[in-house]
Every structure is written in structure tokens, then in C-alpha cells.
Design a protein around this ligand. Structure first.
Ligand SMILES: Nc1ncnc2c1ncn2[C@@H]1O[C@H](COP(=O)(O)OP(=O)(O)OP(=O)(O)O)[C@@H](O)[C@H]1O
Ligand SMILES: O=P(O)(O)OC[C@H]1O[C@H](OP(=O)(O)OP(=O)(O)O)[C@H](O)[C@@H]1O
Length: 232
């Protein structure tokens, strides 16, 4: 059986992911020309490399069409319901660090915690005639953090696929849930992370799809050991 490893084909994780595999002594070459989306690991037969976007990698791991992949933990937990039943995070790779956070307008001086935000949400309709609106592309993470973890039910998610930090100023949402690394985009948009508003501390991970046979496959064991040893 062929083992398929998915690596980012583009985006911010591409170069670091290739570098980890290089340091691990797993040299990857493209099949055909440089623009090919298929590759192989030199010296190991029966292992194929698929180059996909980081978000596609998370989805493909969930359905098991790839065996291993490098992608962000945020994308895994957002794309997959009950992620831990379907995939295993086998190594944290030391790059792509970013936090998924709840951020509110700076001028909401009395709102510092999720409990404060729960109070705001509870009387938002009475004050404004509508529910608190949260702009995000992280539906699943937002719902589980607000509803399950903090018992906040009175809100509405406004899907945002870009420039999420601009939504409060544009009037399309009241607060946001988004990824941040340096924090400069939040600051530039006059937003502030709640003191207990970090939903997930994400980084790039080597993720395995839970499929039968992996535990007995020497190629899987060799790849995991090599990549773990090379993680920054
Ligand atoms: N400042 C940042 N902004 C956005 N993502 C970041 C940042 N820092 C690290 N990341 C991580 O990078 C990953 C997304 O990378 P990238 O945007 O290259 O992915 P992509 O799947 O190619 O995107 P898309 O499919 O939207 O084109 C996520 O796991 C995210 O957590
Ligand atoms: O905390 P910061 O360092 O400001 O980064 C956060 C921003 O970066 C990402 O946007 P995008 O994918 O456009 O990335 P880029 O701003 O790094 O180009 C993300 O959606 C945030 O908007």
C-alpha cells in the first residue's frame, strides 16, 4: 500500500515544511517538472508526496485520502468535527505559530473577559435589537468556545473570508475571532484580545490520519521518527 504525505504547495508553511523534511534526511523531489503537485521521498519506495494547500491538507487527513500531512492545528480543529478521533498530532514542528483569539473593539473598556462578553451578549438584543455579531472564518472553534466552553448562546456568526479585523469598523460585526501572530493587524484595527480569549495556540504539525495498518508499517515509523527529530 502506498503511503501518501501531504505538504503545503503554497503559502506561509511551504518552505518551512520542506526544510523540516530536509533536516529529517527525507529528500523530496517533484515527479515530472517543478510545477508538479506530486513528489516522492528519495530512498523510500511506496511513499508518495501530494502538494496541497494547508486547508486542503486538513480536510484530506480527515477523510483519510492522505496518511500524513503538515498543516496548522487551527485548520485541523476547524475543518474536522471530533478531530482527535480522526487524526493524531504526531509532532509539533516549531513554525507557523499563531493564536486563534477573541478580540473586541478597544473602546469596550468594561469588557476584559469572556464572562464580561457573556454579559454583553445577554443584553445585546435589549439594547440594540439584535444579537451580538461575531465575524470569523472559524465557525467550529467559535461555537465550541462560546457555547460549550463559556455557555454563551446569544450570538450570531457572520462569515468572513478575509479582512476579518475590518468587520467591526465596517459595521458588519461587533467582535471577531481570528488568527494572530504579531498582533499588529489587531492593533491597527483598534481591537484587543480578551484576557482569557485565546481559543487555540496553533502551530504547524505533522498529523497522521487514523487508519488501520499504520502501526505495523515500518515506513510510517521511520518517517515519524525522522521528522520528530528534525522539528525545530
Ligand atoms: N499571521 C498569520 N496569519 C494567518 N495564518 C497564519 C499566520 N501565522 C501562521 N499562520 C498559520 O498558517 C496556516 C495558513 O497558512 P496559509 O494561509 O498559507 O494557508 P492556505 O491553506 O494556503 O490558505 P488558503 O487556503 O486560505 O489560501 C494556518 O494554520 C495558520 O494558523
Ligand atoms: O497578527 P498579525 O501578525 O498581524 O497577523 C494576522 C493577520 O495575518 C493574516 O492575514 P493574511 O493571511 O493576510 O496574512 P498577512 O497579513 O501576514 O499577509 C490573518 O488573517 C490576520 O489578518
Amino acid at each position: 500500500m502506498t503511503l501518501t504525505i501531504a505538504l503545503p504547495s503554497k503559502g506561509r508553511m511551504k518552505d518551512d515544511a520542506m526544510a523540516v523534511f530536509d533536516r529529517a534526511g527525507l529528500s523530496i523531489s517533484a515527479i515530472g517538472n517543478d510545477r508538479s503537485y506530486r513528489g516522492r521521498v528519495e530512498g523510500i519506495d511506496g511513499v508518495e508526496v501530494a502538494f496541497l494547500s494547508a486547508s486542503e491538507i486538513a480536510r484530506e487527513l480527515g477523510v483519510g485520502t492522505v496518511d500524513l500531512g503538515v498543516t496548522g492545528e487551527d485548520l485541523v480543529r476547524e475543518s474536522l468535527a471530533r478531530a482527535d478521533e480522526r487524526v493524531e498530532i504526531t509532532a509539533r514542528l516549531g513554525f507557523g505559530q499563531a493564536d486563534v483569539v477573541v478580540a473586541v473593539p478597544d473602546i469596550w473598556k468594561d469588557v476584559d473577559t469572556m464572562a464580561d462578553l457573556g454579559d454583553v451578549a445577554a443584553d445585546f438584543r435589549a439594547r440594540h435589537g439584535r444579537r451580538l455579531a461575531i465575524a470569523t472564518k472559524y465557525w467550529r472553534l467559535t461555537q465550541s468556545f462560546f457555547s460549550t466552553r463559556h455557555g454563551i448562546q446569544l450570538y450570531r456568526i457572520v462569515e468572513s473570508l478575509g479582512a476579518t479585523e475590518g468587520a467591526p469598523a465596517a459595521g458588519t460585526a461587533d467582535i471577531i475571532v481570528d488568527i494572530t501572530s504579531t498582533g499588529s493587524t489587531l492593533t491597527a484595527n483598534h481591537l484587543r484580545v480578551l484576557s482569557d480569549g485565546v481559543i487555540l495556540k496553533s502551530e504547524a504539525c505533522l498529523v497522521r490520519a487514523r487508519k488501520p495498518g499504520h502501526d505495523k508499517d515500518p515506513r510510517m515509523a521511520a518517517i515519524l521518527e525522522a521528522v520528530r527529530g528534525a522539528a525545530a
